[in-house]
Design a protein around this ligand. Structure first.
Ligand code: NAP
Length: 513
């Protein structure tokens, strides 16, 4: 109640918050964590240049806020704050860090409806999905609050009776966390939760399209009592991002970088990190195969297809991209897909209750999806459904099915990142494994089969870091999330999620009589 009163006061006192008034119409209760300033060293600050950039709602293009357009000087200030805070944060006990992370989690849960509204407003994600992401995002804080207490060392049997050999785990230091727009909440908590649990401090650089969710998360960190400088958020526009990113990867005060985003940018940051031999975690792009074998349960395969292909309008790194269907079930699967898309997918503004497919995030994304469909059709793909911008206009693209596709077409070669299903027929298990594995990426894969031997054969041979077997929704805080090949290095979530934020120190104690 106290918070409610305080929030109303904030709304009245700060005219710059009025841009968010439309969110009140959608049921926003508290406005106190809607920030248009960045968060450095426990203070809400503008860019030193005074410049800002706009944040717009992708469903209608309306400006919903302005945030600081930060550059190197501001980034340096954030790194300095994180470095200073690290000197005391690293000495906190695991239990102290656990309690603070738990408070952060509790606040995220308490404010999940409001956080979802902010997320829908800046990312366009349907509200029910946005709520799902907030639950997923906060679950990382809960998980790492618990894991903080289990970052164990080892005592190993020594080969010499005069020596004891011990490994302890230590936090690496300041970490730069660079995150994408497609999960503006969860991609931050998945990193920051692990970093803080390990005893690291962080500088977060959210995507240009979705800084408001990051600032709301930082506000709740502050309210949870996480000390100044432990969590910092630097907002930057796309033109400023390379300089900011460069410093985040090369500053001598930064010990590690965790990046989620495209493989192209991941490779660039990997190179930058090599100059200082920084520890790096990379969660990069995917091009997920989704295989339906003759023995599959058709209903389960369709349910899996809908969620793996159309969640977040196809803009997830683990979205089904290359859909391979065995000849014996192909016609049934295609017919069921068409029916499911036509009857169950409702496209529109994520704030409308019935909508389950929102807009694409920005102009360059819709141009890319459109180009990829057109080029594939020119190369011989058959358009079975959709295929163009939606009548709603703006950034809405029709749910689309392409068939008669082949390996050279862009819809198979590239990560589509849109509501486009490219479906290809195959005959044998051997053939589909060869096609699925002929790809430089290896993030997620999916297959549907009721044949238990086939399940094990294919699970072993599919070259991806994660596999959904008769399942289209695989993400959870408990899961080891990550890819192989050009899809990345390291794992987030699970007990392995702290590995990128800790190093092992070996203590050898000699002279024991
Ligand atoms: P992106 O262009 O690589 O951007 C990701 C983040 O990197 C953004 O914050 C972006 O800032 C920043 N960035 C861009 N250029 C940079 C540079 N030169 N130096 C430092 N930072 C830079 O990717 P995206 O288009 O936002 O996200 C989509 C991609 O992310 C897809 O490929 C998807 O598969 C992948 N993804 C992977 C996972 C996973 O867990 N493996 C999860 C989600 C998404 P700006 O916004 O300012 O450009």
């Amino acid at each position: 109640m106290r918070l409610l009163k305080q929030s109303r006061r904030v709304l009245q006192l700060h005219p710059h918050l009025l841009k968010f008034d439309f969110l009140k119409g959608h049921g926003l209760r508290y406005a106190s964590f809607l920030h248009q300033e960045a968060y450095i060293g426990g203070k809400w600050v503008s860019a030193s240049s005074g410049k800002t950039f706009t944040v717009a709602n992708p469903a209608n293009g309306k400006v919903i806020g302005h945030v600081p357009d930060m550059a190197e000087e501001d980034t340096q200030a954030a790194i300095d704050s994180a470095y200073e805070a690290f000197q005391s944060w690293k000495r906190t006990t695991a239990k102290e860090r656990s309690i603070l992370l738990r408070k952060w989690y509790d606040l995220m849960e308490a404010h999940k409806d409001d956080l979802a509204l902010i997320l829908t407003a800046e990312a366009g994600k349907p509200l029910a999905e946005a709520r799902g992401e907030i639950g997923y995002g906060s679950s990382f804080l809960e998980w790492f609050a618990e894991e903080a207490k289990r970052i164990y060392g080892e005592v190993v049997p020594s080969p010499a009776s005069s020596k004891e050999m011990i490994f302890i785990r230590e936090p690496i230091g300041v970490v730069s966390l660079i995150t994408p727009w497609n999960f503006p909440n969860a991609m931050i908590t998945r990193k920051a939760g692990a970093a803080l649990a390990s005893g690291c401090t962080c500088v977060i650089k959210p995507a240009e399209d979705t800084p408001l969710s990051a600032l709301a998360i930082a506000d709740l960190a502050e309210k949870a009592g996480i000390p100044p400088g432990v969590v910092n958020v630097v907002t930057a526009s796309r033109p400023n991002t390379p300089a900011v990113g460069n410093l985040l990867c090369t500053s001598p005060k930064v010990a590690g970088v965790s990046f989620t985003g495209s493989s192209a940018v991941g490779k660039l940051l990997y190179r930058l990190c090599s100059t200082g031999i920084k520890k790096i975690g990379l969660e990069l792009g995917g091009n997920a195969p989704f295989i339906v074998f003759n023995s599959a349960d058709l209903n389960k395969a369709i349910e899996g297809f809908l969620v793996a292909k159309f969640r977040n309008a196809g803009q997830t790194c683990i979205s089904a991209n290359r859909i391979y269907v065995q000849s014996g079930i192909y016609d049934q699967f295609l017919a069921a897909c068409k029916e499911a898309i036509s009857k169950r997918l409702v496209i529109g503004d994520g704030f409308s209750k019935e909508v389950n497919v929102g807009p694409l995030i920005n102009q360059s994304q819709i141009n890319k999806v459109e180009g990829l469909v057109n080029d594939s059709v020119k190369m011989g793909a058959e358009l079975v459904l959709g295929g163009k911008r939606h009548d709603l206009g703006g950034l809405f693209f029709e749910p689309t099915i392409l068939t008669q596709v082949s390996a050279e077409m862009p819809c198979i070669r590239e990560e589509i990142f849109g509501p486009v299903a490219a479906i290809q027929k195959f005959e044998t298990e051997e053939e589909v494994l060869a096609m699925a594995n002929a790809c430089p990426h290896g993030l997620a894969g999916y297959f549907f089969s009721q044949d238990i031997s086939q399940v094990w054969r294919v699970a072993r041979r599919l070259e991806t870091g994660m596999i959904g077997i008769n399942e289209g929704l695989i993400s959870a805080a408990e899961a080891a999330f990550g890819g192989i090949k050009e899809s990345g290095i390291g794992r987030e979530g699970s007990r392995h999620g702290v590995d990128d934020y800790t190093h092992i120190k070996y203590l050898c104690m000699g002279g024991i009589n």
